[in-house]
Structure formats: C-alpha cells, structure tokens
Design a protein around this ligand. Structure first.
Ligand SMILES: Cc1cc2nc3c(=O)[nH]c(=O)nc-3n(C[C@H](O)[C@H](O)[C@H](O)COP(=O)(O)OP(=O)(O)OC[C@H]3O[C@@H](n4cnc5c(N)ncnc54)[C@H](O)[C@@H]3O)c2cc1C
Length: 406
C-alpha cells in the first residue's frame, strides 16, 4: 500500500473546513500540502438555510477572495426589531430595535444563502488548486512521525495535523474519545424562504413566541429567510402540511406587514441543541466548526463561530510553519484551544440563556424580559456593545477577521 504525504488533512469540506483550507493555502503557498476529504465536494447537499454573516466574517471572506462571488446576492441587515408576544396577539409590540452599522456604510451583518456561500468557497478552492477528495475520512492513527489518515476510497495519507471539520455528528471527535457537554432543546427550526409583495427595507425581525423564536431575515429580491422554532413534533407536523395549510400557519406568525406571502424553495427542519466539545484538540487533532460546538440559531452565530475557529487555527499553524516548528505539536494545538474554547462557551451559554428566557409561556418571565428589553432599548452604549459583539469584532480577533492576510 502506498502512503501519500501531506501537511494537513481536513475531514469535512463544509464552511469551516474549506475556509481553513483556503487560509492555509493562501498563507503558506502550494508547497504546503492540504488535503480536504468530503463526499459533498462532488455533490453538495440541498441546504434551505441562509446565514447572517457578521461583519468580521465578511472581512475574512474578502481577504480569502471568496466575497466577490457572494456580494451580489448578499443582503445588508440595516436594522433589527425584536418583539415578544403570544401567537394569537393581534399586535406584536416592539421592545428592542438595533440600527446596525459597525462603521459608516458597513452593516454589522449580511444575509447570504448557504448554497451560494458554499459554492463560492468550493469554486475558490478549485481555483487555488486545493487537493479535494470526494470521500470520507474513515479513521486515523497517531504515530511518532505524525498522523496516518485512512480515506473511504482506500487512500492512506500521512500528515502532521488532522482537522475535524466534519459537522455536528463528528466521527473524528468520537474516534478521539472527546465527549460533548450539552443538551437537546426538544425544539426544531423550520427553515424556508418566503417571497413577499413589499420590500423589507433590510429589516430583520425576531418575534419571540412562546414555542420559540420566529425570525424573518431579509434576502435580496423581496424574499426573506425564515428560522421558525417549534417543539420538534410540531415542527415535523408543520413541515409535512399541504401547501395551503402551511401557508396559513406561516401567515399567522409572519403577519401581513409585507403584503401577500408565498413560500418558495424547500422546507427543512433541524433539531436544536447546545453542545460544546470537552476539548477542542487531541493528539495531532483539532476540532473546528460544528464538530467543536453546536449553538442555538437564536443569535445566528454558529457559522460565524466556525469561521472564527478556522481563522484562529490557520493563524496558529501558519505562525508555527514559518518558524519551522511542528504544526501538529502540543504548543500549536494548545494555542488554538485557549483562543477558541472560552469564546465558544460564552456564546453557547448566551444563546442557551436567551432561548430559555423567551421560549416559555410564563407571564412573570415575560414581564421581566420585556422590562429588560425596554431598558436595553434606552441604552445606546449597551446597544453599541451588542452590535460589535454580533459583528464578531469583540474579544481577541484573529487577523483574517480583521481583514488582514496571514
Ligand atoms: C436553522 C439554522 C439556522 C442557522 N443560521 C445561522 C446563521 O444565521 N448564522 C450563523 O453563523 N450560523 C447559523 N447556523 C449554524 C450554521 O449553519 C452551522 O454552524 C454551520 O453550517 C456549520 O458549518 P461546518 O462547516 O462546521 O459544518 P457542516 O456545514 O455541517 O459541514 C460538515 C461537512 O463534513 C462532511 N463530513 C461529515 N462526516 C465526514 C467524514 N467522516 N469525512 C469527511 N467529511 C465528512 C459533511 O459532508 C459536511 O459537508 C444555523 C443553523 C441552523 C440549524
């Protein structure tokens, strides 16, 4: 059996895996070998979601040369409105509004359809000549020299570092014996796209309803992306409804402020939970993206956290490679873990707290949270802090997220 040699193997060519591969290629050049293995590089799965891309993430995608392919279909989020009401309330009073620029002309976030972003990353990976393999990573073994990785097509690749970017049910995380701290919410998010008569004006609306948040996120061409959270059984029931009944359920929550509605595109549902890996690294292994953490979509941060992992790991590896150090050694991995684990835990717990505070029918809690939202709404300094947090510009920001090359 021939054993191939490279520097890094990345299991998973989703958002986090491809962004890391591009960052390594562009900072360390073609002599630094990067293999990305994922059956989806040949057949990307249908993804009905769109993501709020924070300003810092957009700067990273610009630096990696991915943003030009996305820009025309990105919709700026110009402001955000939060309401708190029961499903059958005739009026949904607004408790909190954010006008969202981090710098003049730079919105704190933009909405991009997942399919568009994934295609842009993949196309750029092909242009940059990355070694993409349409197969899984099935196993690995660490040796004194490095890590020996087995692929589903029978190939065996030796590298200094293996990266698990293989999503929420990460096989590599399990193989490494890394457990996850977290819980299921018993909620699922229904996602679909809606076309409406009137322009949304770049406004994102989050209705906090007792079953969970109902988020209307602006897309281009008078369309909005929905993240509609319900108890899991109810979500399954709603997704399976005939079109006319689905439309009725939709209209009940969406309202008619944007005129007539039409659900377009596929409907999907995603079970929701919180999970943070007990360690982000093991011997010659680093976890990034959903393999390392799973957060509630209430704040639209999962993908942003994943790309922040990619930026931090790429920076740690590039710095070590330039000094001639072992890129899969404990110092590099510890630097990455220290950088990312606290940030992730904070975001995980913040989204968990928000979800618990809002997803319930208690009138007392409703009063407390509405008072809280009202206070935040009157505190411009606090709002600026929230906007910078949502834009991904607070904390120790990796270079790529500041728009700097590695
Ligand atoms: C309803 C919903 C709405 C969301 N909205 C937002 C939002 O607005 N903003 C935001 O920032 N985040 C959002 N998120 C979170 C975001 O979608 C995820 O965090 C993101 O998709 C994770 O990317 P990833 O690259 O880590 O994993 P994935 O996209 O899951 O990619 C993992 C890849 O690994 C591959 N793979 C799996 N096993 C193997 C293996 N053994 N070998 C090789 N490859 C393998 C898979 O084929 C897949 O391509 C949302 C999530 C949900 C559920």
């Amino acid at each position: 059996m021939t054993v191939e040699r490279t520097n890094v193997v990345i299991a998973g060519g989703g958002f986090a895996g491809l962004a890391l591969a591009l960052a390594l290629r562009q900072s360390l050049g073609p002599r630094f070998g990067v293999v990305v293995a994922d059956p989806a590089v040949a057949r990307p799965a249908v993804d009905a979601r769109a993501s709020a891309i924070a300003a810092a993430t957009r700067r990273m995608l610009e630096t990696l040369g991915v943003w030009p392919a996305v820009a025309a279909s990105a919709q700026d989020i110009l402001d955000m409105v939060i309401t708190d009401s029961r499903l059958d309330d005739a009026v949904r009073p607004v408790f909190l509004t954010f006008a969202g620029e981090v710098a003049p002309g730079e919105p704190f976030a933009q909405m991009v359809e997942n399919g568009v972003l994934l295609k842009a990353l993949l196309d750029r990976a092909k242009v940059d000549g990355l070694d993409l393999r349409a197969t899984t990573v099935t196993g690995y073994e660490t040796t004194a020299q490095g890590v020996t990785v087995t692929l589903g097509d029978g190939a065996v690749v030796q590298a200094s570092l293996l990266v698990a970017a293989d999503g929420v049910r990460s096989r590599l995380r399990d193989l490494a014996g890394i457990t996850v701290v977290g819980w299921e919410y018993g909620q699922s998010a229904i996602v679909t796209t809606v076309k409406h008569e009137r322009d949304h004006g770049g406004r994102a609306t989050e209705h906090f309803l007792p079953a969970g948040p109902f988020a209307i996120l602006p897309l281009t061409d008078n369309r909005s992306s929905l993240v509609w959270v319900e108890a899991t059984e109810e979500a399954k029931r709603i997704v399976a409804l005939p079109d006319a009944d689905f439309h009725d359920e939709l209209e009940k929550r969406f309202g008619l402020h944007l005129g007539a509605l039409e659900a377009v595109g596929p409907r999907q549902h995603y079970p929701l939970g919180l999970g943070v890996a007990r360690a982000f690294v093991a011997d010659r292994l680093a976890l990034i993206g959903d393999a390392a953490h799973r957060v509630h979509p209430i704040a639209g941060q999962g993908l942003n956290l994943g790309l922040r992992d990619s930026a931090a790991l790429a920076e740690a590896v590039a710095d070590a490679a330039r000094l001639g150090l072992d890129i899969g050694g404990p110092d590099v991995l510890e630097r990455y873990q220290r950088w990312r684990r606290f940030d992730t835990m904070t975001m995980g717990l913040a989204t968990d707290g928000l979800n618990r505070l809002f997803s319930n029918r208690s009138d007392v809690l409703r009063l407390v949270r509405d008072l809280g939202l009202g206070l935040v709404d009157r505190a411009p300094v606090l709002k600026r802090v929230f906007v910078r947090e949502a834009a991904g510009l607070s904390g120790e920001v990796p270079k790529l997220l500041k728009g700097e090359a590695l």
